[in-house]
Design a protein around this ligand. Sequence first.
Ligand code: ASP
Length: 524
Amino acid sequence: MLRRSSVSNSNMVSRILIIYTGGTIGMSRNPETKAYAAPEHGYLKEKIKTFASLYDSEYEFCEGDILTDHEPRATPITMYGRRIIYGIEELETIVDSANMSMSDWANIAKVIEKYYTKFDGFVVVHGTDTMSYTASALSFMLENLGKTVILTGSQIPLCEQRNDAVNNLLGSLIFASHFIIPEVAIYFNNKLFRGNRSLKAKCEDIDAFDSPNMSPLAVMGTHITVNWKSVADSTSLLPFCVQSDMCSEVVMLRLFPGMTCSTLHHFLAPPIKGAVLLSYGAGNGPDAREELLEVFRQVCMRGVIVVNITQCLTGTVSVEYNTGKRRWDLQDSLHCKSLTHIKQYKKSNLTLTNVLSDAGILPGGDMTAEAALAKLSYLLAKKNLTQEQRRQMMVTNLRGEMTVEVSPNVSDLFLDSDSYLSKVISALEVSSQKEIQALREAILPTVMCNAAGLGKLDKLTEAVQQCVSVNKADYDGRTPLHLAACEGHCEAAEFLLKNGAIVHCKDRAGNTPLVDAIKNKFVL
Ligand code: ASP
């Protein structure tokens, strides 16, 4: 498996489980009436065999290819030298995604849980209409995820001669089998989006999905470009697990001019426990409508968690949570063109936004409505949390669903003058930031592999502080975690895991760090 490196030429095999849930992609056409029939069991499984890029009918399966519960299928070897062996699991009910419910999300999550150790990655075939909701929900339900989970579908069914289904399916299989991107993502029209940042933006376009507040995680053109800096690192030492319970007592409410108190009151009445409020602009509400604000106040006092996100396609709702007051910050100044504008903006927004936060409504940052709803539903169903802990988690970034400000050029702060990198920089008389960055990216992964193999925590820390990925492999595909595991350096291994090292990375021989540790008789 490849991670933070370009695809290799080694002739290896990856196992992927396709989970089929329904959607346009699997619709067939009635030959007489020419009407599309709803997706049915068994159809996709057979249809896929008619596409040479998805199904190699001549491949002879060997013993190691056997999948216990699924008929194994194989793609031809990819241009990166990898054979994808895949099985297809159909959900018990295959649906148009407009009919999806929270129990369907749970069923998908349970299938992934059941087969987590048996496959390298997962592709969920899904209708496009509610794909972003499912992707957002799964991103929370799959806890401590260390493997790639990709949702895909199509605007034109597989049964049509011209379709986007083959491209989307193949691209998803390639991403899930060639890269470890430990996230729930959506692959559509050559772009890989973080699932909980995505939304269906166009209903009659092949380019149907977008993630307005975040650029794609990866793009498939003539080459595959992965934006590794955006890919989430899994930093937990806890094992993968699934929270299949979601709270269904949640609503989504779009503010509109003239909304009545009684509408609001009924909408938020018990048993509702959480609400996503889509407000105006940067989180604004009607400050002159005291009676409406009073309803919000009462609802929040009753313990309902209300989270404020914007109706705008891009932008953020940011209020300093601790005080419940709006903070005048960088984000605001970005919207302002002049000092007078800043003063006006500050004055108006301060008043308008405070009314919602003062009523007890939480700021949702730049979350999509889909992500906010899924997060709320997930947190409300989480046991052993106080309501205050839930509120705190709601405004905290859990799965990359909201943008977190980082101070600029943080890596420059750690250019320790004694470090190996500094010595190379001064020996080569390099001075431009661009050259320093290029050197950093070339040298530090080697330094890190070396430090991991020797168990040198100080050097590992230094490299991590310089924002170097802990997953860059050496010429043999061995990551720092392989080297630490191989030499039995427990502290170094733990440090790497806490800083985003991927446990499932395989080296050129197909071994994971755990296999290396066992081979060398070390138990971490
Ligand atoms: N209505 C379909 C669905 O979401 C649309 C599609 O798949 O494109 O299941």
